[in-house]
Design a protein around this ligand. Structure first.
Ligand code: SOE
Length: 394
């Protein structure tokens, strides 16, 4: 695994847990973790349960000991690492969004397609697909329980940079992160809604905004926390030096899906009070499903085929053994959390690799999300003008 911060910790927890919970055709060994700072990566290896550590990702990628490379770094190194790993014949799991640019994502999808011919697997880490309620939404829609899908309403809202004094961490820098709220959390709702509906976004009209354009430079950051430098300020020689925010703070767009549905999307880091609120509602001709990540053990379902006197939203508690991923966990009524989505992701990935099938979402799926992100950015730059999503194949 390369990177050991927020996502690295989430992945480590899942790698450590997956064989304890699921009966799988292969056993995971957490061999080697990589980071830039020797002392910090050593401490991370110890805390997260890795056998060894290194500061040289090429050593990791080339090691004969290693079958799978897990890329948990910021987006600016996804392409370089994933391409090297695939070329070395390693199966690759890469965090979302797949890359920072469409060109990188295209190169990664092409390399993944070539590697597949020799049995090398790859997957993009859209973990929320593996929340049981989300997988259940997809099952209900695929089974026709919603009829024809007409509306998709999706929002992913956070508030961790509302304070203008929050520093300029890597997630706020375009060269490191590719884009802002759009790529970080908007990518999740793009993937999730396409996954559950089985429909793809064909075009968008978007607005984006950077509400706070200058921020104190960042001395240190970890996960969603950051610390400003105490360097001399630009105005009177006091206070932290500042830098320019080069990504969006929020992105809002409407979209058309190829099955005929109309969709709205909102991704923001300025939704004061909303910490990690991912909400999706899908309306079909026969019913509605609604999901809220902050209540992830529940799915709301409205079945319009029931007798009028019995209609209304049903709150399904997603803890039955018939629910996706749940049979291996606890008895009915015993709930799960955020980290379980990663355990489920590793379960599906390990099973696919061990049985020689392609896991999903593929790098091609990651590229398709990247193309939607790109269409959103282009539309916003053109004053919300309608912008078609480019096809995955050139
Ligand atoms: C930060 O916004 C973040 O950690 C994202 O990077 C994750 O993908 C999301 O799951 C939670 O929020």
């Amino acid at each position: 695994m390369i990177g050991y911060a927020f996502m690295g910790a989430a992945h480590s927890q899942a790698w450590r847990t997956v064989n304890r919970v699921y009966d799988l055709p292969a056993r995971v060994r957490m061999s080697l973790v990589c980071g830039r700072d020797t002392a910090k990566v050593a401490a991370a290896a110890d805390r997260l349960g890795w056998e060894a550590h290194t500061t040289d990702w090429r050593r990791l990628v080339e090691s004969d000991e290693i079958d799978v490379v897990d890329v948990c770094t910021p987006g600016d190194s996804h392409a370089e690492i994933a391409l090297a790993a695939l070329a070395a014949g390693k199966h690759v799991l890469c965090e979302k969004p797949l890359a920072n640019t469409v060109a990188e994502a295209r190169a990664m999808a092409a390399a993944a397609a070539t590697a597949r011919a020799s049995g090398v697997r790859s997957m993009c880490g859209f973990n929320y697909r593996r929340v049981p309620a989300v997988a259940m939404m997809r099952r209900l829609i695929a089974d026709g329980r919603l009829g024809t899908v007409r509306h998709v309403r999706a929002a992913y809202l956070q508030d961790w940079i509302v304070d203008p004094q929050f520093p300029l961490v890597w997630r706020l820098q375009r060269d490191r992160a590719g884009s802002g709220a759009l790529g970080d959390i908007g990518a999740h709702i793009i993937d999730l809604t396409q996954f559950v509906t089985g429909q793809r976004i064909t075009g968008v009209s978007a607005v984006t905004e950077t509400f706070v354009k200058e921020r104190p430079l960042s001395a240190a950051s970890s996960g969603l926390a950051g610390q400003a430098t105490n360097g001399a300020g630009p105005v009177d020689g006091h206070g932290p030096a500042t830098g320019t925010v080069t990504v969006d703070d929020a992105a809002v767009f409407v979209a058309r899906l190829d099955g005929g549905a109309l969709a709205t999307y909102e991704a923001s880091r300025f939704a004061t009070g909303r910490k990690n609120a991912l909400r999706v509602e899908i309306n079909g001709s026969l019913g509605t499903v609604a999901f809220d990540l902050e209540r992830l053990n529940e799915l709301e379902f409205y079945d319009a085929t029931r007798p009028a006197a019995e209609q209304g939203f049903t709150r399904i508690l997603m803890t039955e053994e018939d629910h996706p991923y749940m049979s291996a966990w606890w008895p009915p009524g015993h709930i799960i959390g955020y980290e379980h989505s990663f355990t489920h992701q590793m379960r599906d990935f390990v099973e696919a690799v061990a049985t020689g099938v392609d896991p999903a979402p593929s790098f091609a799926d990651g590229l398709q999300v990247q193309l939607v992100l790109d269409a959103v950015i282009r539309s916003a730059e053109l004053g919300s003008s309608w912008t078609d999503v480019e096809p995955t194949l050139e």
